[in-house]
Design a binder for this molecule. Structure first.
Ligand code: PLP
Length: 396
């Protein structure tokens, strides 16, 4: 931006701001990716990533965006013609479903209203009816970035187990990992897909697959034709800290630092901070008299809040006013939510004061844009955040 002093406020739900500590870590000479020094870095990020995914199994790191990691999950575990069950939680679930179809999968897409997460009971019913186990995978988005709705993965796992169904469970944690509590191993997920530019607080450029033994076994004997995305090609050199092709060396320096930051804070504290900031955001939004898009309090996203614009007011016009007046980017409504919602990111490098500044910019923006609202939303958020010791604050 020109004409502004101070930092740009990047309050979109990813890419999220990169902490200075991570920027410093990335600012290093590129090293020989076949050297002993690189192997040390490789081993550190591969084992460190396991802690963030909460798994003792392998985590694969591709030089890619999240979309690449989506494709890797599919081509390693599924074959053209395989039936898969997916749920329309929003824009990103819809895109992953389109990719699955393009790769030749037979997708059963449970319709959704973009205001709720994937319903474990509906998944259970579909699986119970699938007596001959034609469904090879259940594929869901943990945190639907277009709506601010989180799906309950542990309950979905339970629904699959209750139906005694052997389908794989593939989960997109692209905007939740490192922000919302997520347990790859405990929740029995077969492939967890993620990327660098959200909870990991890194620039875009790394895609992740955490994989179960069952998924790896499937990949060894099946999957689709693949080369770049092949897991085994990665896992062999990974055992010694190396990669089969040139890795994104400097992003890996950043990843090592970001993991250190998350572990220093403690994952529990990271998750609690995100919940607290999300609760404060909803407090402001409801005080303003605006509506949170997510309709089920058990599915509120700790990562972002999507806010419904009152009828007759355009969310993109409002976002433009906020950007031009206060140098802050808010997330746009995507596809069918275009112009109808704006999204507030409160993830990664975000604390109480960052959030309050962002909410202040929004409250001023609402006044300038002439959007009817009740003043004092920031005050309401402050009150919630002042109550730092209350266990209720995080669960509000
Ligand atoms: N899935 C989710 C939930 C996302 O939020 C995004 C991007 O925002 C993607 C997938 C696609 O990731 P990328 O844009 O890195 O390819």
């Amino acid at each position: 931006m020109t004409g502004f002093q101070g930092r740009h406020f990047l309050q979109i739900p990813g890419p999220s701001p990169v902490p200075d500590r991570v920027l410093r870590a990335i600012d290093m000479p590129v090293i020989d990716h076949r050297s002993a020094a690189f192997a040390e870095l490789g081993k550190a990020v591969l084992s460190g990533s396991q802690k963030i995914f909460q798994t003792s199994g392998p985590v694969i790191i591709f030089p890619s965006s999240g979309t690449g990691a989506w494709e890797a999950a599919i081509v390693n575990t599924l074959s053209a013609g395989d039936k898969v069950l997916m749920v329309e939680t929003g824009h990103f679930a819809t895109l992953w479903q389109k990719m699955a179809r393009r790769l030749g999968l037979d997708v059963e897409f449970i319709p959704g209203d973009w205001r709720h997460g994937a319903d474990p009971a509906a998944i259970g019913e579909h699986l119970a009816q699938d007596k001959d186990h034609a469904i090879k995978a259940v594929m869901v988005v943990h945190n639907e970035t277009s709506t601010g709705v989180t799906s309950r993965i542990a309950l979905i796992r339970k629904a699959i187990d209750d139906a005694k169904h052997p389908a794989l469970l593939l989960v997109d944690t692209i905007s939740s990992l490192g922000s919302a509590d997520y347990r790859h191993e405990e929740w029995g997920v077969d492939v967890t897909v993620s990327c660098s530019q959200k909870g990991f607080m890194l620039p875009p450029g790394l895609g992740f697959n955490a994989i179960s033994e069952k998924a790896r076994a499937k990949a060894k004997t099946g999957g689709m034709p693949r080369s770049y995305w092949d897991w085994e090609d990665m896992l062999k050199p990974n055992a010694d800290g190396f990669f089969p092709y040139t890795p994104a060396t400097n992003l890996l320096y950043g990843l090592r630092e970001a993991i250190a930051m998350m572990l220093e804070e403690g994952l529990e504290n990271v998750f609690a901070r995100h919940k607290r900031l999300a609760a404060a955001t909803r407090e402001a939004v409801t005080h303003w008299g605006l509506e949170v898009l997510c309709q089920n309090p058990e599915e509120y996203s700790p990562v972002l809040t999507a806010v419904v614009m009152p009828p007759g007011h355009d969310a993109d016009q409002f976002r433009k006013i906020v950007l031009e007046n206060f140098n802050m980017s808010l997330g746009a409504g995507l596809t069918k939510l275009s112009g109808k919602v704006f999204r507030i990111g409160h993830l990664g490098e975000c604390n109480e004061l960052t959030l309050l500044a962002a909410l202040t910019g929004i409250e001023m923006g609402l006044s300038i844009a002439g959007v009817p609202h009740r003043a004092g939303g920031v005050d309401a958020a402050m009150k919630l955040l002042e109550d730092r010791t209350s266990a209720n604050a995080a669960n509000h």
